[in-house]
Design a protein around this ligand. Structure first.
Ligand SMILES: C[S@@+](CC[C@H](N)C(=O)[O-])C[C@H]1O[C@@H](n2cnc3c(N)ncnc32)[C@H](O)[C@@H]1O
Length: 460
């Protein structure tokens, strides 16, 4: 059976072991990794977070993804990758659009009311037995509305739609499907889905999930991983690669879930989370507030661009975790990692150079303390050390960019080897060079899944 291809699906066949797994296995083998493993997790109903475009007509709305290479939206009413309750909430939304005569967005004219919807499922309801929580997940609905704010002329329609969803999917309906309804206001004609203005309209404000041994809070404005189960597996595997008491820098951190999970499970001395999107800060803060008091290390979140002066984030950490967007690591960060790697034999000299470089970072952090950074635990200044990282953990959602980055590093290593002596033992961190072990948690049903291929590389 075929279907009209939305841009979501890359793999249609052989989902338990798609071709890309062979490629990854060979890739890692060629780098000396023999224990590469593959875990597909759920093949159906795994996607707990979806951003869907809304186009067409109010009497026949299209709610789905763009057809490959176009801006034509393909309706995906019963997407097999979605958590079933996302599909149910999409149908409820479709009904609301029709009944209330909500106009889907028209990209050419810039007209219409509803542009996108983000649906995120929380599977963490402690009033249910654990075995029933996943399938009874509730959906946080964020409606991206084509107006500047809630006072615009079409805002009555927005409230009507929110009330419709709540009346028909909220706590008084059976099944109770909707966790909450939010609005985001966006009038720009570019391709950016969300505008800067968010409003909580109905239902619970806080959205909790439980992954990697901790409760995490995610506002709709923060990045959240789409495959909740695979992410939980990944975090549990990740813990094993981080020594107890390590200091960790979590780069491209979102709301800091990876870093906080490590802090809680590996008793980290310090964890620094670095993220460019300031909207992730409140979620970080709420997650921190729920941590047990017994967690003693220092945990901080910094609203900063990893590509600017990246060395300042690397120095003082034993372990670096990177989880970049699909395009991969910023080139300045790759350069910094390589510099650190090649300076390893002369750590002292680099460390002393970095002391100077570090100053702006400390200043920056203090400056940002008011607006951007959050810090809990022991005083960070006590933590400042000039040690260099020993381990890089790369969580990749872009296989191609990951390979590119590794290739460059391999070339460089070969040159270095020639330059030194091939028998000389490599020490310290290298960027995806000496793969000792690799774990991949791959989801392969959809192309959107390509963005959830996870490759952890342990490199010592
Ligand atoms: C794949 S997400 C990972 C988020 C987080 N690690 C998690 O698991 O929830 C990538 C994150 O990198 C952030 N980001 C993108 N470019 C960045 C940059 N130059 N500096 C810092 N963060 C960046 C994005 O805003 C996004 O939150």
């Amino acid at each position: 059976m075929g279907w009209r291809p939305c841009s979501g699906c890359t793999h249609e066949f052989n989902l338990h072991r798609p071709n890309i797994v062979e490629e990854a296995t060979n890739f890692f083998k060629s780098h000396g990794v023999s224990d590469f493993t593959f875990d597909s997790c759920r093949l159906w109903g795994w996607r707990c977070r979806a951003k869907l475009a809304i186009r067409g007509l109010s009497e026949n709305p299209l709610i789905g993804l763009y057809e490959e290479g176009t801006h034509n939206v393909v309706d995906i009413p019963q997407c097999k990758a979605h958590h079933p309750n996302i599909n149910a909430a999409v149908e409820l939304l479709r009904k609301g659009i029709k009944e209330l005569n909500i106009e889907p967005y028209d990209e050419d004219q810039g007209t219409g009311d509803l542009r996108y919807v983000q649906m995120a499922v929380t599977t963490y309801d402690t009033s249910l037995p654990a075995s029933q929580r996943y399938r009874n997940g509730k959906v946080q609905v964020a409606l991206v509305w084509n107006s500047r704010n809630e006072k615009s002329s079409n805002s009555e329609k927005l409230n009507d739609l929110a009330n419709f969803l709540w009346r028909n999917g909220g706590p008084r309906s059976n099944p109770h499907l909707i966790h909450s309804v939010w609005a985001n206001f966006q009038t720009s004609t570019n391709n950016i889905i969300f505008g800067n203005r968010w409003r909580h309209l109905l239902g619970e404000r806080d959205f909790w999930e439980h992954v990697g041994g901790i409760d995490i809070s995610l506002d709709p404005s923060s990045f959240g991983q789409a495959n909740t189960r695979a992410f939980d597996n990944l975090l549990r595997k990740l813990h094993k690669y981080v020594p107890y008491g390590a200091s960790v820098a979590d780069l491209y951190a979102g709301a800091g879930v990876i870093g906080i999970s490590l802090a809680a499970n590996r008793k980290c001395r310090s964890v620094k989370c670095i993220e460019i999107n300031k909207e992730s800060r409140p979620s970080f803060q709420k997650t921190i507030n729920r941590l047990p008091n017994s967690i003693e290390g220092s945990i901080s979140w910094h609203n900063a661009d990893t590509s600017i002066n990246p060395v300042s984030w690397l120095v003082g950490s034993d372990v670096i975790v990177v989880d970049p967007p699909r395009k991969g690591l910023d080139s300045s960060l790759v350069d910094a990692l390589r510099t650190i790697s090649s300076h390893k034999p002369s750590l002292k000299s680099l460390s002393s150079n970095v002391k100077e470089e570090k100053r702006p970072w400390i200043l920056r952090e203090r400056e940002q303390a008011k607006e951007g950074s959050v810090h809990v635990g022991r005083d960070k200044t006590v933590e400042d050390s000039q040690s260099l990282p020993e381990k890089l953990i790369y969580i990749s959602c872009g296989w191609e960019s990951f390979k590119e980055c590794s290739k460059g590093a391999s070339r460089k290593r070969n040159l270095e080897r020639k330059r030194r002596n091939s028998c000389e033992e490599q020490s310290g961190m290298d960027l995806a060079l000496n793969f000792e072990s690799a774990v991949s948690v791959c989801q392969t049903l959809c192309k959107r899944v390509a963005s959830y291929e996870r490759v952890l590389v342990k490199d010592e």
